[in-house]
Design a protein around this ligand. Sequence first.
Ligand code: SIN
Ligand code: FE2
Length: 222
Amino acid sequence: MIAHRPGVDLFDGLPDTRPRTEILAEDAVVLRGLLNNEDKAVMQALDKLLAAAPLRHMFTQGGHRMSVAMSNCGRVGWVTDRSGYRYDPIDPETDRPWPALPDAFHDIARRAAAQAGFDNFAPDACLINVYEPGARMSLHQDKNEHDFAAPIVSVSLGLPVVFLFGGMQRNDRPRRCRLEHGDIAVWGGQSRLAYHGVSPLADGHHPITGRRRINLTFRKAL
Ligand code: SIN
Ligand code: FE2
């Protein structure tokens, strides 16, 4: 079992009495507050990563500027531009390799995956998503990875958001689930290709991230 403190304080000062594990669908769970002991260390590591590979708003193939600011760390990074979506070992903004995935990030992702029933998760890519009020992510599948045997591990920091978790078809009605600071969602197996997205971020202030929500999405891409 993981160091996982029930009763950790949420940022509104009330104890976190939510169930520790919430099932979203088959092979898909939210692990509540799993990150809470490591949030400050993760934020410090992020400062360094984002100094080396700055946040940017990418463009979709159709020419839309994404409202979420993004960067990556790991052996490859997820990018989108006029030519489409891909994993690239080189950051097109800096022309350098993405910064390495910190060991601490690797450990967090591996632990979360194991807790969700996926042993030996070995992520090689971490997409860093930064949401400011109004930013959103429309329903999509994570399907640019090489094989779908490994799960997706998605860590939330900062302002709460409504996560949408749908089915295998884009028009399956998604389940709505609030993700808060320290929550980690994991989906794989039967749910690996589930459509998912994020509703527009409501304004607010979080003591750790300020007026932002940060999401780290770990994948085995190669
Ligand atoms: C993503 O699907 O890449 C992001 C999900 C999230 O921000 O929670
Ligand atoms: Fe995604």
